[in-house]
Design a protein around this ligand. Structure first.
Ligand SMILES: *Cc1c(COP(=O)(O)O)cnc(C)c1O
Length: 382
């Protein structure tokens, strides 16, 4: 992909050094329609989509779920083809304004499961800690777009305090997933400070960070940050990644730094229509992740967020795609397919059915290759 632009920083009148600086990338994000026009030949769908996001406030500029894209990640996208799988995820489209009867503003019911503003507590032993509502780039299918990117919904210092106090006062919480927004948009001092405070709570066994930054802003994964993270073990990273083209050399190096620091990295992908919902793309993604020492963890059905119907695949499609992976590639390359149920039901795994029923006391199965096998479930007691 990098072949598309030889020295991408030149287009921005920047030096290589600035380009490699994550703060420069954050500061120079594409937000306004002019920013996008300079780099892409936009189609009508995109022109209208960006105009719409600008009317709502645009980027981190104020209110609504605006656009935002790092120059680095934009340089991986095809400037001419609006169907580029990366472009479709990040450049707003007019389709976002199209209502669908299945959509909700908060399908996961997070607002009702929030005992403190920065906390979502759905499962008994673990919580989600929303550390920031800022991202480096805004995925158009964001399941938290009710609050993400909106300066009015920024996470305040007082809310962090309340969140830490909530975790500290609940001994049942043994796992804290720090997410957002993207926690890696915070400075080292703030992020490591928060994680350090959570780590100091005796009943918190495991810390996790949910992030897309190693993909959209890999410059952020600096040696200094990784040294800090390494002191917080056991710490896991859940990496949001959707398409193999996202795995440029820079992202590969960021993943290597995390893995070298002993941080287990798992992937979370969203199944998106026309972007990664085919056998070849998914298999390539999972294989390339495994080579980067990233263990495929979840493949999610796209949540029923307002304005995302054009991204959604039928549930059966995901199950069928799982069937093309299971048994046909390394078990380590196979994620769990799950739907996060609208109405706040939480994640439910969906798996192809390999059991066909029973016959004469034998269970009947079809294996990965479709061959029929019987299994006598005999415990030897009669
Ligand atoms: C996804 C999620 C978790 C983590 O779930 P795992 O299956 O343990 O990865 C925790 N809390 C909330 C609210 C979530 O949505």
């Amino acid at each position: 992909m990098r072949k598309l632009v030889a020295r991408p920083w030149r287009e921005y009148g920047a030096t290589k050094r600035e380009w490699d600086d994550w703060r420069w990338q954050m500061k120079n994000r594409m937000v306004r329609i002019e920013d996008f026009r300079r780099r892409f030949s936009l189609c009508t769908e995109e022109e209208e989509g960006i105009a719409l996001s600008e009317r709502k406030g645009g980027g981190d500029g104020g209110g609504g779920f605006g656009a935002g894209l790092t120059p680095y990640f934009a340089s991986l996208m095809d400037p001419k083809d609006p169907d580029c799988p990366l472009r479709r995820q990040f450049i707003p489209r007019a389709e976002e304004a199209r209502p669908s009867p299945a959509d909700f503003p908060d399908p996961l019911g997070e607002e009702d499961l929030s005992p403190a503003p920065a906390i979502v507590h759905r499962y008994p032993d673990r919580v989600l800690f929303l550390a920031s509502n800022v991202c480096s780039s805004y995925c158009r299918y964001c399941n938290r777009k009710r609050m993400v990117g909106d300066p009015e919904r920024g996470v305040t210092a007082a809310q962090w305090e309340e969140g830490v106090a909530y975790v500290a006062s609940n001994p049942a919480i043994r796992d804290v997933l720090v997410s957002g927004g993207d926690p890696l948009t915070l400075s080292d001092g703030r992020l490591l400070g928060l994680l350090g405070r959570l780590r100091a709570i005796p009943h918190v066994e495991v810390l996790r960070i949910g992030t897309r930054v190693p993909i959209t802003l890999p410059q952020r994964v600096t040696p200094a940050l990784v040294r800090g993270l390494k002191r917080l073990h056991p710490l896991f990273v859940s990496l949001h990644v959707v398409h193999p083209k996202e795995l440029a050399p820079e992202a590969g190096r960021a993943c290597a730094r995390l893995a070298d620091a002993g941080i287990p990295v798992g992937s979370q992908s969203v199944l998106l229509a026309g972007i990664n919902d085919d056998e070849e793309t998914l298999r390539t993604l999972m294989h390339r992740l495994l080579r980067l020492r990233v263990r495929p963890y979840y493949l999610f059905q796209c949540d029923q967020i307002e304005g995302t119907a054009h991204f959604r695949t039928p549930l059966q499609k995901g199950i069928d795609l799982m069937k093309t992976l299971i048994g046909r590639t390394s078990g380590y390359a196979v994620p769990k397919f799950a739907v996060d149920l609208s109405g706040g039901g939480g994640k439910v795994p969906l798996s192809p059915e390999y059991r066909e029923g029973s016959e004469n006391g034998h269970l009947v199965f079809r294996n990965f290759a479709g061959e029929r096998f019987e299994y006598l479930d005999d415990l030897g007691d009669g």
